[in-house]
Structures are given as structure tokens and as C-alpha cells.
Design a protein around this ligand. Structure first.
Ligand code: PPS
Length: 691
């Protein structure tokens, strides 16, 4: 048995904890009322307050009341709130250790008992409340007011998801964004500095410019994208991470084909800040509110219904019949109730949007017994880290009160790497989970691939079919399903539920009815604009969808007139074009873009943004730089050669040649009409326009 050393609790700490808790509960109370609540004299209270104020745990404000005893109000500072949580955890750990030692003395074994914060009733571990990082409503009101003066960090969508789960206990035992020591431990061996199993770095990445304004020990306000303060954080650590190492260790390869590695290198800031978080309020969600539950809400629900065993099913896809069968089997096998726990935060780029998915889940829920099954939405930002992600998902589900967790084939798989191979083996996630499940306190229900056996009209795990040579095995892959949806082809009833198919067809009409973006890229003078114009006219002649041309020159005049040609400005210019094109695509139109767009990473970011809504067709207008310079229609190459125009693409600024464009046009020796026609043929072959 591992011997835990736990600091003894001093009387001073007990007194401080009780004071902080009382101030947190009733910050407006008079001194007398506070003294009574604590059972101490006014003199003792004053002494306690004085030292808590000196330590920066409590702040006093003057209410200018005539009554001396009502004159001051006290509020926990961010540091005070964090100290309160630390002391509480320490007390619980201490009591636990005492209990465990006594148990061992009496019985010769450890108790396996985990401390709860709820003492009135003996509860199963998975049902007892878990610690959150929120302060009381009253303190939150005050802190929110004060935090207005703090330096603010505007959280990214991913950080908002992470923060929500930190604050509501979904990421228990983390108490904030990882410190440098915790980060190193998590990256290297999946453990925080104090030994807790934690496979995914939860980091607050910021820009260099923001990091330069922050000093260690400083409190900062964390705001959502509308500027609402959700939490404060005391910055204890600031460092520049080794991102290549993080990618290798956490995601298995420093390969930008992995969506999280791409995010790490091309979206995340260069500097990480770490420190404890004090929760002020939950992020606001306007959608599906009744379907969102915090870990403690789910635990309370399970408690109320007497669900002692709960198996969770994680998903980022619509549910089809195979999933239903798998969840039925899992619940039956574990003799447990079922929690369908889909992720609605951030999933893999290109996934079906969560609005559509939730409507699909709701339609399928009728297939389940309401007395045995429930569904709740999880605002998690997935990383697609395969094996590590499976362990992470298990820990999160354990925090949500589940006792079992389903891990299927290729759990949280990111797709193919840049060499065209899978990042992880199909059952690596199950292996890693199995290795750690005892420590995690949640049991894996593992599944092999489920396939449909036509003769028996049912789904079965592929590896359990003994008579596979005598039966017809049917299966539709995710790619095949997308193809059928895109082309408006039949989706058989054995594969999915009619309501789900209808819902999917409604949001994703056949490709010939969807919006799309044609994105020309190439040197200045390569012929992008001329071909784009010809294409526009041809598409308008066909009719059916509105067509918008976002030519480089037009955009620079109307959208980006203040921008120059530095890398930063070019990126901004292309991102603006990408944003407008994604809106056009989303709304069923055709966007034709024709900027130089010299950087591959920016083109990829635009592609990802657009592919959420429709097809992205990258067309490389591959006219050589020599030919462009020879033509020099605008006389710019001459000026660039003379050094009169700086940072000129192809002359004094780089151009990343597209590696895998949908189409490469060789304009030399081909007329414009022919080039535009090739694009039309490509669109036809992709099913975007009918022949
Ligand atoms: S970028 O890199 O995509 O933002 O460039 P883009 O907006 O497409 O550029 C539009 C036109 O700007 C002219 N121009 C330059 N191009 C490249 N480098 C430098 N330094 C520069 N300065 C001005 C150039 O004529 C581009 O026009 P096109 O339509 O490509 O010929």
C-alpha cells in the first residue's frame, strides 16, 4: 500500500478555512453575524480578518453605513477562493488517510473509500458530489465586479470548453490550467506532478504579445467571446512549450495531418500560462439547455433514480443501428443503465454539426427504454488523440458519475496521417484504457467492429461471427455514408433509422444543391482572375445558385484596403476571404476566390472553415514565375526586381506550391476558356453541378 504523507492540520488553518467559507457564504453579513456563525468573539474575528486580509485572501470594502458594525463588507479574493478549495481538499484527504489507516489497522486491508464532500448519507463513489471550482453566487457577483479591473484574456472556443469542464468538475482533479511541471508530467508520462493520471494537456495558450504583459502571481480575468467574465486565474507559470515534443508524445507524431497537431502549430498561441482557476459563472449556452448537465447534476440524477451502475457511450457522430445495438449490448453485459453522452463542444473538422446530431439523437431516443437510458450533452473539445483520448474520456465520464465506459474500434481516431496510414492501431485505445482502468475507477466495455448479418437480420461484433463464410456480412463505412448522402443515394433501413436519414438529408442536401467554394491560388499575373471571371460567367449561365467572385484586387479594395503584404496582413486578407466564402457556401451559394494566397497553412485553415458547410475546390493556377514575369501585365514584376515593391510573391516573398489541390491548371499553351472548362468538368465529376 502506498503511504500518503499529508500535512497535519493546524488550528490556524481550521480557523482560516472556516472564515473563508463563511465569507464566501455570506459576504454581506455584519461582523457580529459572522462572529456568531463562527462561534468566536468579535476580537478573535477581527484578528482573523486582519491576517486573512494581510495574506490577500479577503478584501474589505467600505459601505459608508452609519452603523459601525455594518460598515464594512468582506469578499473573498481570487486567491482566497483558491485557498478555501485547497484547504477543503486537504482536510478531506487528511480525514480519508485517518480513516484508511484505521481501516488497515482493524482489517489488514485498505478501505478503498474515497472522501466525499457530502456527509449526511453514505454514498457510492460515483454518486457523491465532486468538487467544483465555483465560488458562491454572492462572491461571484462581487468578483465579477472587481475582475473588471484585471487584465483580460479572451478565451478561444476550445479554451471555453476546457474551462467549463475545469470549473464544473468534469476535469477533476485539475484545479486550473496546467502549470509547467504538471504539463511536463502529462506530456511525458500522462501524470500531473503529484501523480494523478491525466493524459491530455489542458493548457491556456496565449500570444507572445499578451504573455509579455503578464507577470507571475498576477490575477487575470478569463472572458468568453462576448466579453463575459467566466473565471479568474492566478498565473503561477508562464513558459514556451516544446510543441513538437507535445505532438510526438500526446498525439503520436508531429504530423500536421492530425487535426490537434495542426491546431497546436497553426492556431494555438506560442506561450502557455498556468495556474488555479476560480469559477465565476458557467459559459452560457442557448441551445439544448435542458440536455446539458454538469457532473454533479448527472450524479444527482443517478442518485435520485437509484442508478448504481451506469455505462456511458461517447459519440461525435449521428447514431445508427449499429450504435444502438452496441449500446444495448454494453448495458446488458454490464447490467447497467445507459448514458448516451455525445460531444457537442468541438469535434473533428468536417463532422456533422451538433445541432443536426442532437436532433438525430432525440429521434433515436424513442428506441430506448426511458427508465433505463438517458442522454446528456457534453461540451468537450475533443483532440482526436486515440488511446490517450480514450483514457481522458474515461476519466471525464467517471467524474460524471459513470461506472462503465464503452470503447469501440479506433476510439477518437483522427483519420490518416500524411503518409496515408492510420495514426493509431484500431484497438490501441482499448489496450491503453485496460492498462489504467483500475486506477481510473471506471471499467471499460470493449467492442470490436459491429457488422450486419443479413441472414439473421441483426448486428453482431465482427469477431464473434463463427459462420462468416456462410452468411452475408454488410457494412457501410462513414465515407460511404457521406458519399450516399452527398449524391442523394439510398441509405438502407438496416443501416439507419428513417428519421435520422431524413434529418441528415435535410441539413446536407445532395451535393448538386449545396453551396461550394472554388479557390484559385497562384502568382500575380498567373491568370487567376481571368479564369475566375470566365468560370463565373459559365456558372451563371447554368443558373440555380447565386455566384460571387472574390477576386484578389476586388477584395483588397473593398474588404482589406488597410492591409499590406506582410505575412500577417496576407493571412488576415485570406482569412477574411475564407470567412465570406464560408458564409456564401453555408447559405447554398457559389463563392469563387482568386487571391495569391501564398501560404499553405492559411489555405488549409480556410479549407477547414469552408468544408464544414460544403465542398472546397482548390485550383492551383500553375503558371511559372518566369512566365508571369515575362507577361508582367501590371508592370509590378519590374518594380519588384528594382526593389521598388518589397515582399513581392515569387521574387522577394515565398509561395508554397499546393501539394494536393483538387485541380492544377497549366495555363501555358491553353486558352482561358479551356481552363475554365476544366474547372467545370471537375465540378461535374464531384457531383457539384449536374452534367
Ligand atoms: S495575398 O498574398 O493573397 O494577400 O495577395 P492578393 O490579395 O491576392 O494580392 C492582390 C494583388 O496585389 C498586387 N500586389 C502584390 N502581390 C504580391 N506581392 C506584393 N508585394 C504585391 N503588391 C501588390 C498584385 O498585383 C496582386 O494581384 P494579382 O491579381 O494576383 O495579379
Amino acid at each position: 500500500m502506498a503511504v500518503q504523507t499529508i500535512a497535519p492540520i493546524s488550528d490556524e488553518e481550521v480557523a482560516l478555512f472556516r472564515l473563508l467559507r463563511q465569507v464566501n457564504l455570506a459576504p454581506e453579513a455584519s461582523q457580529r453575524a459572522t462572529a456568531v456563525a463562527l462561534g468566536v468573539s468579535l476580537g478573535r474575528l477581527n484578528a482573523l480578518l486582519k491576517s486573512a486580509v494581510a495574506a490577500g485572501f479577503i478584501q474589505i470594502s467600505d459601505r459608508a453605513s452609519a452603523d459601525r458594525r455594518q460598515r464594512f463588507s468582506y469578499v473573498l479574493t481570487h486567491r482566497g477562493a483558491a485557498e478555501m478549495v485547497r484547504l477543503r481538499d486537504q482536510f478531506l484527504a487528511r480525514k480519508f488517510a485517518e480513516y484508511d489507516a484505521l481501516h488497515a489497522e482493524l482489517t489488514g486491508t485498505t478501505s478503498g473509500y474515497i472522501p466525499t464532500t457530502h456527509r449526511t448519507q453514505m454514498m457510492q463513489n460515483n454518486l457523491a458530489p465532486i468538487p467544483e471550482l465555483y465560488v458562491s453566487f454572492e462572491s461571484a457577483q462581487k468578483m465579477k465586479h472587481e475582475a473588471g479591473n484585471l487584465t483580460s484574456h479572451d478565451l478561444t472556443p476550445r479554451q471555453i470548453c476546457d474551462l467549463e469542464l475545469l470549473m464544473n468538475g468534469g476535469f477533476n482533479p485539475l484545479k486550473g490550467f496546467l502549470s509547467e511541471a504538471d504539463y511536463n508530467g502529462v506530456v511525458e508520462n500522462m501524470r500531473t506532478a503529484d501523480g494523478h493520471l491525466w493524459p491530455i494537456p489542458i493548457t491556456l495558450d496565449v500570444t507572445d504579445a499578451f504573455a509579455d504583459t503578464i507577470e507571475l502571481g498576477q490575477d487575470i480575468a478569463l472572458r468568453d467571446q462576448e466579453g463575459v467574465i467566466l473565471a479568474t486565474m492566478t498565473v503561477t507559470d508562464k513558459w514556451v512549450p516544446n510543441k513538437a515534443r507535445e505532438a510526438e508524445m500526446v498525439f503520436g507524431a508531429d504530423d500536421s495531418a492530425h487535426p490537434a497537431v495542426n491546431y497546436l502549430h497553426n492556431t494555438a498561441g506560442n506561450v502557455y500560462l498556468g495556474g488555479p482557476v476560480t469559477g465565476i459563472q458557467q459559459p452560457v449556452h442557448y441551445d439544448f439547455r435542458a440536455r446539458r448537465d454538469t457532473p454533479n447534476e448527472l450524479r444527482a440524477y443517478f442518485r435520485k433514480l437509484g442508478w448504481r451502475k451506469v455505462v456511458a457511450f461517447q459519440t461525435r457522430n449521428p447514431l445508427h443501428r449499429a450504435h444502438q445495438e452496441l449500446t444495448f449490448r454494453a448495458a446488458k453485459g454490464a447490467q447497467a443503465n445507459l448514458l448516451i453522452h455525445p460531444v457537442v463542444g468541438l469535434t473533428k473538422p468536417g463532422d456533422v454539426d451538433h445541432f443536426t446530431r442532437v436532433r438525430c439523437y432525440e429521434a433515436v431516443l424513442d428506441q430506448y427504454q426511458p427508465s433505463t437510458t438517458t442522454m446528456s450533452l457534453l461540451n468537450l473539445a475533443m483532440r482526436m488523440a486515440g488511446p490517450r483520448e480514450a483514457v481522458w474520456h474515461g476519466l471525464i465520464r467517471k467524474n460524471h458519475g459513470c461506472t462503465h465506459f464503452i470503447v469501440g474500434r479506433d476510439h477518437a481516431g483522427p483519420g490518416k496521417n500524411s503518409a496515408g496510414d492510420d495514426f493509431y492501431g484500431p484497438y490501441d485505445a482499448q489496450d491503453l484504457f485496460r492498462e489504467h482502468q483500475e486506477e481510473m475507477g471506471i471499467e471499460m466495455v470493449d467492442f470490436k467492429h459491429m457488422v450486419y448479418v443479413q441472414e439473421r437480420a441483426q448486428y453482431e461484433p465482427a469477431d464473434e461471427i463463427e459462420d462468416r463464410d456462410n452468411v452475408t456480412i454488410l457494412n457501410i463505412s462513414g465515407t460511404e455514408l457521406r458519399r450516399r448522402l452527398q449524391e442523394g443515394l439510398e441509405i438502407p433501413e438496416w443501416f439507419s433509422f428513417p428519421q435520422v436519414v431524413e434529418e441528415l438529408r435535410r441539413t446536407k442536401p445532395a451535393r448538386s444543391k449545396q453551396g461550394f467554394t472554388v479557390f484559385f491560388t497562384g502568382f500575380s499575373g498567373s491568370g487567376k482572375s481571368t479564369i475566375a471571371n470566365a468560370l463565373m460567367v459559365k456558372l451563371m449561365e447554368m443558373g440555380g445558385r447565386p455566384v460571387t467572385l472574390l477576386d484578389g484586387d476586388i477584395v483588397r479594395k473593398n474588404l482589406s484596403s488597410e492591409l499590406g503584404f506582410s505575412k500577417e496582413h496576407r493571412d488576415l486578407n485570406i482569412r477574411r476571404i475564407g470567412y465570406v466564402a464560408s458564409e456564401i457556401t453555408k447559405n447554398g451559394g457559389i463563392a469563387i476566390c482568386a487571391p495569391i494566397a501564398p501560404y499553405a497553412t492559411t489555405r488549409r485553415a480556410v479549407r477547414e472553415e469552408i468544408e464544414d458547410f460544403g465542398a472546397f475546390i482548390e485550383v492551383h493556377v500553375a503558371t511559372s514565375i518566369e512566365e508571369c514575369e515575362r507577361r508582367d501585365r501590371k508592370g509590378l514584376y519590374k518594380l519588384a526586381r528594382e526593389g521598388k515593391i518589397k515582399e513581392f510573391t515569387g521574387i522577394s516573398d515565398p509561395y508554397d506550391v499546393p501539394k494536393d489541390p483538387e485541380l492544377r491548371l497549366d495555363t501555358e499553351g491553353q486558352d482561358v476558356d479551356n481552363c475554365a472548362h476544366q474547372v467545370i468538368l471537375k465540378l461535374e465529376s464531384m457531383g457539384l453541378i449536374s452534367g
